[in-house]
Design a protein. Structure first.
Length: 300
């Protein structure tokens, strides 16, 4: 390792900030998981605070909303991963098939642009679309003779509104990754397929998609590890403290944020540890499944 560092010093210097960030916040903070089992006291510190066992977990698991927010978290993240992955694969294949380089670059920029928008900005865009009095959607419904809908008091549609916004905002970045993977595929495979008379769809079905599966598998496994962590910025910026929408949009992160405003950090750590352990188990389980199906598709 040290020999490789001496040979490639600039490359390692490039990853140094990310490595330091990961080391400080990903590893040096691990001992603080202990406060999930303590009545943490700032003056006593980590190793002198009183131990109380699993009592901090009672705050979440005995809550009447624990089942609802857990289900909402899993449901929303599963839909985000499913539709986001499918859309990114489709867009990457379509862009790869485009022959005009100007169109290809323009399309990539258009698809990537929403990724850099703040969720706060997106929330105002959504309000402009779904506002009860001035929203574009209600005006279209009224123009066709329908009755306007008070979207911000109707929890039912918001699952799919959030999925639509997540796909619209994040698909561009994932598409770039898949497009890079497609670009690295051996062109001789396509030449051989064309010589055998394969059309474009047959080449996509028999070459592009199978060779893309390992990349899809890795990104999906990484996403599954975060399936118990909702996008707090997204949910809170769009939904905020609108209790009418909680039945379909309240997730573990927003629930803990509201509940923990005036409560000690031990209970927050307990819920965070619960999320981490479940996410870790899910990654192991899905990696085992991927390895059974095809060992090349597994992360480890």
């Amino acid at each position: 390792m040290w020999k490789d560092i001496r040979l490639n010093p600039l490359s390692y210097l490039l990853i140094l900030p990310a490595a330091l960030y990961t080391f400080i916040y990903g590893y040096m903070t691990l001992p603080y998981m202990l406060i999930a089992f303590q009545k943490f006291n700032y003056s006593k510190g980590l190793f002198s605070s009183d131990w109380i066992g699993f009592k901090n977990f009672d705050f979440f698991f005995q809550s009447s909303r624990a089942g609802m927010v857990t289900w909402n978290t899993i449901k929303l993240n599963f839909l985000f991963v499913l539709f986001g992955t499918l859309m990114a694969i489709v867009m990457a294949i379509l862009l790869n098939e485009a022959r005009k380089m100007i169109f290809k670059r323009l399309a990539q920029s258009v698809f990537l642009f929403p990724h850099f928008l703040s969720w706060v900005i997106v929330s105002y865009m959504l309000y402009g679309m779904f506002s009860a009095d001035y929203g574009i959607v209600n005006k279209i419904i009224a123009a066709f003779g329908g009755d306007p809908v008070n979207w911000y008091s109707s929890p039912g549609p918001w699952t799919w509104i959030l999925v639509m916004m997540s796909v619209w905002k994040e698909t561009g970045m994932t598409t770039v990754i898949y497009l890079a993977a497609i670009s690295a595929m051996d062109e001789s495979l396509y030449e051989a397929a064309r010589m055998d008379g394969a059309n474009r769809w047959q080449q996509i079905r028999s070459i592009t998609i199978p060779l893309l599966i390992p990349t899809v598998s890795i990104l999906t496994l990484l996403a599954i590890g975060k399936i118990f962590y909702a996008d707090f910025g997204m949910i809170y910026a769009i939904i905020g403290d609108n209790g009418l929408l909680y039945p379909t949009t309240d997730v573990i992160d927003t629930f803990v944020f509201r509940t923990m405003r005036n409560i000690d950090p031990s209970q927050a750590m307990a819920v965070g540890l619960y999320q981490s352990v479940v996410g870790f188990v899910l990654v192991l389980a899905f990696n085992w499944i991927a390895k059974k199906i095809n060992p090349e598709n597994a992360v480890f």
